[in-house]
Design a protein around this ligand. Structure first.
Ligand SMILES: C[S@@+](CC[C@H](N)C(=O)[O-])C[C@H]1O[C@@H](n2cnc3c(N)ncnc32)[C@H](O)[C@@H]1O
Length: 279
C-alpha cells in the first residue's frame, strides 16, 4: 500500500477523502473470511477454531469480525504499516464491545518472524503474500507461519489467477455507501505483467461521489505465484499436507463466494482460491 503522512486522508472538493474507508467498502468482506476460515478448519480438524492471526492485516477488519463471531475467539492482526492500523483503531475497532476489544491484539511486526503466541488459523487475505518476490523470501514467511501455528493449526493463503488476472485491463464498479455519502467508483487497474519473472503492477483508484478522481491510492508490485509453487513450498517448510479450496460458480459463471476442497480446478478466465497448509 502506498504510504502517506496524512493517515490516508486527502482533501477532495472540500470533503475529506480517506482511502481506507473506500478500500474497506470496495474490497473487503470480513464476514466471508471468518466463515471460510471456520468452515475449512472444522472440515479439516473437526473442532472449532478459536485463535486466528490475520497477516498483512491493514485495517484488521477480519480480526474484528473474528472477535465478534464467538465470545471466546481471539485474534492477532499483524502489519508493518502504522497508518492503516491507526485507521482500524479509530474505526473498525470502535464497532466492538469492550469484551470483544480485549480479544483483539494488533502488532506492528514483520510476518516473516514467528510469534510466541500460537494460533489455530493464520490467514493472509487479498493476495497480500504476492509482495514476496523471491522463493527465499516466501520460504522465510512460510517457515515463520509454520512455527507460529498450534500443533493442529492451518495456514490459509488467498490467491487469484487465470488469464483475466494478468492481462492489462481496468475494471470498475460503483457502490453506494452511507458513510461515503453517495455513489462512488472503484477502479482495479492491472497495469502490467512480465511473464519472464511473473511480476505484475496493480493499482486501485477511486472517484468520489463529487466526481473527484484519486489515482493510485494503492499500488501493488506483486509476483503472481502459482498454486503448485505454493503447495510444494509449504511441504518443503514442514506442512504435512496441503489442500486447495476453489470458489464455486453459478450458472452464469460468476463466483458464489463459497469455497470447496477440490483436486481439480476449472480453467476459469479469472479465479480466486485458497491454498491451505496443514501442520
Ligand atoms: C493489500 S494490503 C492488505 C489489506 C487487507 N489485509 C486486505 O485483506 O485487504 C497489504 C498490507 O500488507 C502489509 N505488509 C507488507 N509487507 C508486510 C510484512 N512483511 N509484514 C507485515 N505486513 C506487511 C502492508 O503494510 C499492507 O498494509
Amino acid at each position: 500500500m502506498k504510504k502517506s503522512r496524512s493517515g490516508g486522508k486527502r482533501k477532495s472538493a472540500g470533503k475529506v477523502f480517506n482511502k481506507y474507508l473506500y478500500y474497506e467498502n470496495s474490497v473487503q468482506t470480513p464476514e466471508e473470511h471468518v466463515k471460510i476460515y471456520g468452515n475449512m478448519f472444522r472440515e479439516i480438524r473437526k473442532r472449532e477454531p478459536m485463535s486466528m492471526r490475520e497477516d498483512f492485516c491493514g485495517t484488521f477488519l477480519i480480526s474484528c469480525e473474528w472477535a465478534k463471531s464467538h465470545p471466546k475467539r481471539t485474534a492477532m492482526g499483524m502489519d508493518l504499516d502504522p497508518e492503516p492500523v491507526e485507521y482500524g483503531k479509530k474505526n473498525g475497532m470502535k464497532t466492538l464491545t469492550a469484551a470483544q476489544k480485549k480479544r483483539v491484539n494488533i502488532v506492528l511486526q514483520d510476518v516473516c518472524f514467528p510469534t510466541k503466541q500460537k494460533f489455530d488459523v493464520i490467514g493472509a487475505g487479498n493476495f497480500s503474500f504476492n509482495i514476496f518476490h523471491t522463493r527465499a523470501q516466501l520460504k522465510k514467511y512460510f517457515k515463520a507461519a509454520y512455527a507460529s501455528l498450534n500443533k493442529d493449526g492451518i495456514f490459509n493463503l488467498e490467491l487469484a489467477g487465470g488469464p483475466g488476472f494478468i492481462q492489462t485491463a481496468k475494471e470498475q464498479k460503483s457502490y453506494t455507501v452511507k458513510e461515503i455519502g453517495g455513489r462512488y467508483t472503484y477502479y482495479w487497474d492491472q497495469q502490467s505483467f512480465d511473464p519472464i519473472n511473473n511480476h505484475g503492477i496493480f493499482a486501485i483508484h477511486f472517484k468520489t461521489p463529487q466526481g473527484v478522481m484519486h489515482k493510485n491510492c494503492f499500488v501493488y508490485d506483486w509476483r503472481v505465484w502459482s498454486i503448485p509453487e505454493l503447495k510444494e513450498l509449504m511441504l518443503e517448510c514442514g506442512f504435512k499436507d496441503t489442500k486447495v479450496y476453489w470458489e464455486g460458480s453459478d450458472k452464469r459463471g460468476n463466483g458464489t463466494g463459497e469455497y470447496h476442497h477440490t483436486k481439480v480446478g476449472d480453467n476459469a478466465y479469472s479465479w480466486i482460491a485458497f491454498v491451505v497448509g496443514i501442520k
